[in-house]
Design a protein around this ligand. Structure first.
Ligand code: ARG
Length: 489
């Protein structure tokens, strides 16, 4: 389009190259529209990256000095300036400015005030916000993932100790939410210990794919300057420089993995939460939440509501949403960096916070939970839970399982019709259904035999569960120990 018939426009958009106040404003003549400024700004959320951005800039500064692109004096001034900014952010005194778009520009702009335009102007040597933000994000994700892993292991530790208290607490195990077979409460909770063990492994494993340092990739193609990428990578705790500059600025699969691992863990938490909700109903009456982990009703004085597990259950939805949001942002994006990718941050921050908080409150709720062992025992004292064991007794006597299943099914129907306890049937009663029965029902199957008979690896016999418990305890202690060792490295 011909620009105003060749005449320079006047008024608020008056054009003089370099008139823009932006740090990138050299080629611009006009100012940014205020709504565009608001729309494109990310400082209200990416300030969460400040700590990592400053670490990245400090490492970059030192590297620039090490290859002679920065004098020792300028290096000192920049490092001190960055430290001052870190202190201001820490104390809440840092003046975040939305007109400066994002955390990177906010830091650089403040640095100009502290160390002067000339020295501050050297910080961005050989760097783009594209490799900078990818580096910040990798550092953030590594940190968040380690915190998530620790949170998961801590909740797991609480479950292990509560399980240890309830080796001899028996309740019905359920399938389809129908009473199925008796289990030890320890066995039930150790199921979650296994699930959370895998969640912790997922976190650990995804960090191994966040081990390449993007810094030095520039905007997308690398740099003509003699940067020492090994130096920056090592200073920031990465294993190596990213092997491909385009991949380094374009990829967010590490972020997606974190969101996926967080979503999966939230789903596991939602199932534990659902059981607390269900079990604390009058209908189940298996557990009671401590007052400190329950809430009341503003209208009904008698109510004690399980809001904490309900919210954990609900927040798993946010975690799924965050994963789907970023998957959708990334789908079909051409290489390399696109501004779309700025939308990665809020889902990541939200999932990290949601997971952290959910793990913490669930840990507290489990730790303080009152268990009604008698209600559980009463529910487990249901003869129908022994039906499988009667069928398996026939199998031991040589009967094909399907045939045994059919015979016991008819016995169950008979007991329902006649309102009989399965355990009251004599040998003769049983033989009317299958001649291979050789003892009264009460001798073939009992709560005790149902539990103790299941002594294969993974079963609910006391000795088996005890062994699983001590393995889990050992495993959890070792993993927590390895995490803190890693931190001190
Ligand atoms: N705030 C941006 C983001 O989070 C930083 C990178 C901007 N790079 C750019 N070339 N505009 O993605």
């Amino acid at each position: 389009m011909a620009e105003n018939n060749g005449k320079k426009p006047s008024g608020p958009g008056a054009r003089t190259r370099g008139a823009s106040k932006k740090l990138w404003g050299g080629r611009f003549e006009g100012q940014t529209n205020a709504s565009v400024e608001r729309f494109t700004a990310s400082i209200h959320f990416d300030r969460a990256l400040a700590r990592f951005d400053l670490r990245g800039s400090t490492a970059h500064t030192r590297m620039l000095a090490s290859v002679g692109l920065l004098s020792a004096e300028d290096e000192r001034a920049l490092v001190e300036g960055l430290a001052e900014i870190a202190a201001q952010i820490e104390s809440g005194a840092f003046p975040f400015d939305p007109a400066l778009e994002d955390i990177h520009m906010n830091v650089e702009s403040r640095l100009r005030e502290i160390v002067g335009v000339d020295i501050a102007g050297r910080l961005h040597t050989g760097r783009s916000r594209n490799d900078q933000v990818a580096t910040d994000l990798a550092l953030y994700l590594r940190d968040a993932s380690e915190a998530a892993e620790r949170g998961i292991l801590e909740l797991r530790g609480i479950l292990i100790e509560r399980a240890a208290e309830h080796l001899d607490t028996v309740l019905p195990g359920y399938t389809h939410l129908q009473r199925a077979q008796p289990v030890r409460l320890a066995h039930h909770w150790l199921a979650f210990v296994e699930m959370f063990g895998r969640d912790a492994s997922r976190q650990q494993s995804l960090r191994s794919r966040l081990s390449d340092c993007p810094l030095g990739s520039g905007a997308l193609a690398g740099s003509t300057l003699p940067l020492d990428r090994q130096h920056t990578a090592a200073a920031l705790g990465f294993d190596a420089p990213a092997a491909n500059s385009m991949d380094a600025v374009a990829s967010r699969d590490g972020a997606l993995e974190f969101l996926a691992a967080a979503a999966i863990c939230m789903i596991q938490l939602s199932r534990l939460a659902e059981e607390l909700v269900l079990w604390s109903t009058a209908e189940f009456g298996f557990v009671e939440l401590a007052d400190s982990y329950a809430t009341g009703s503003s209208l009904m004085p008698q109510k004690k509501n399980p809001d904490v597990p309900e919210l954990v259950r609900a927040k798993s939805g946010r975690a799924i949403g965050n994963l789907v949001a970023l998957l959708t942002v990334m789908k079909g994006l051409p290489l390399t960096y696109n501004r779309d990718m700025q939308e990665d941050k809020e889902p990541i921050f939200d999932s990290a916070g949601t997971l952290r908080d959910s793990l913490e409150v669930m840990g507290g709720a489990i730790q303080t939970l009152r268990v009604d062992t008698e209600r559980m025992a009463a529910a487990a004292d249901d003869a129908m839970l022994l039906a499988t064991d009667l069928a398996e007794a026939l199998v031991v006597a040589g009967v094909p399982f399907r045939e045994a299943h059919g015979a016991v099914g008819r016995i169950v129907g008979h007991c329902i019709d006649k309102e009989l306890d399965l355990r009251s049937l004599s040998r003769e009663d049983l033989q009317a259904f299958h001649t291979a029965f050789s003892a009264p029902a009460a001798e073939i199957a009992s709560l005790e035999s149902a539990l103790e008979g299941r002594n294969l690896i993974g079963g609910t016999a006391r000795g088996t569960v005890e062994e699983a418990l001590s393995k889990a305890r050992e495993d959890n202690t070792r993993r927590l120990g390895e995490l803190s060792d890693g931190e001190n490295r």
